[in-house]
Design a protein around this ligand. Structure first.
Ligand code: A2P
Ligand code: 11C
Length: 346
């Protein structure tokens, strides 16, 4: 059966990883098309052994496309995803544009694949820091019902895209050559520094990144009783976000029970042996599909509490892989179709 797939934002850090992931996982596309801004018209991007020519994204490029995976920023998704759905093309969108829209399922395939059944043409891929936290919290929530989560993140510069990685590299080089490191992407130097600031500040003095973790968790778990409070920091690491997560549950789960549950959970790898100095770290999780968890221990200040340390490749499980897994799940459920083409564009 014919299946034409488009990658929108194909020249970006996540778009390239999406093409790589589709190819590596043998996604059954009969044709793959690549789109980006007018600046990239005619350039090529790798897809397996081949190179695909990138074309400018326009409203009418979705005719004949069955499935489009977007990672070209919120504004591009806001504008173009409705045109894709209108053309009968199912969209998996990696931006924040559609995540909190009631018409759009927000999906982590290991956590809430059933939410896909009600899709109306646009499906949202959650924020990277939410995805890796929830893959790990899901079995604990099922077993002990999570009441409250306190999370602090240590996020890599690739979360900002290609330009974040270029800024860190440039500043490191400048500092080693006794030049003033210029900050263009972040408000302060990121090299040899930590910024307690990701995305914009909101009315309540939290950042948008922090509130994404709060709100997306409730939507994905479909459980407004789960309370999350977050502090998100940017660290001078190229790939992989790390998170310190404190969880309070209704029913007690011991660290030993948590290790057993998590070692059976899909998408999770327990890497936890303090005596052998085994704990997950960003430098060793680059390019990995799994979400790693270690430092699992009891929070001794409350009756039912656990602390843990979670690391995943933000560009891979946090973005490209999760989006491709959603596409695979759509195929498995025979959901690569748009029932009402007028839901997002009338
Ligand atoms: P381009 O390379 O042509 O600018 P990253 O997050 O790594 O910066 O990547 C962003 C991706 O989104 C790139 O592929 C970029 O294409 C694409 N993009 C940005 N703005 C637009 C736009 N207005 N229309 C289509 N693609 C866009
Ligand atoms: C970061 N989490 O690390 C962000 C990147 O809402 O999709 C992804 C932003 C988003 O900067």
């Amino acid at each position: 059966k014919k299946l034409t797939v488009a990658v929108v934002g194909a020249t970006g850090a996540v778009g390239r990883e999406m093409l790589k992931t589709l190819h590596e996982r043998d996604f059954p596309a009969t044709e793959v098309r690549a789109f980006a801004s007018a600046r990239s018209e005619g350039v090529t991007v790798p897809y397996g052994e081949r190179e695909i020519t990138v074309h400018e994204l326009k409203e009418d490029v979705f005719d004949g496309v069955d499935l489009a995976i977007f990672s070209a920023g919120g504004a591009t998704s806001q504008k173009f995803a409705p045109h894709a759905a209108h053309a009968g093309c199912v969209v998996v969108d990696n931006s924040a544009a559609w995540r909190m829209d009631d018409r759009c399922p927000l999906v982590v395939p290991e956590v809430n694949p059933q939410a896909l059944d009600a899709h109306q043409g646009i499906i949202a891929n959650p924020n990277c820091s939410t995805i890796q936290m929830l893959v790990v919290l899901k079995p604990l929530h099922d077993a002990g019902k999570i009441r409250r989560v306190v999370v602090s993140t240590y996020q890599a510069v690739s979360g900002t895209g290609q330009k974040g990685m270029e800024e860190l590299e440039r500043q490191v080089r400048d500092l080693f050559n006794s030049r003033d490191p210029e900050s263009k992407v972040y408000p302060y130097r990121i090299a040899f520094n930590v910024l307690p600031h990701i995305d914009v500040f909101l009315e309540n003095d939290y950042t948008k990144e922090e509130m994404k973790m709060v709100n997306e968790t409730v939507k994905i778990f479909n459980d407004p009783t789960v309370k999350v409070t977050a502090t998100c920091a940017r660290v001078p690491v190229f790939y992989c976000h790390a998170e310190s997560v404190n969880v309070e549950t209704e029913k007690k789960i011991t660290p030993k029970e948590a290790r057993v549950m998590l070692s059976q959970a899909p998408g999770v790898r327990v890497f936890d042996n303090p005596r052998e100095l085994m704990y997950p770290m960003p430098a060793y999780c680059v390019g990995e599909d799994a979400t790693y968890v270690g430092r699992i221990r009891e929070d001794e200040t409350i009756p039912n509490g656990l602390n843990m340390w979670i690391v995943a490749d933000n560009v891979r499980k946090g973005a490209a892989l999760n989006a491709v897994q959603i596409a695979e799940e759509l195929l498995r459920r025979d959901l690569v179709r748009v029932r009402d083409k007028n839901v997002f564009l009338r």
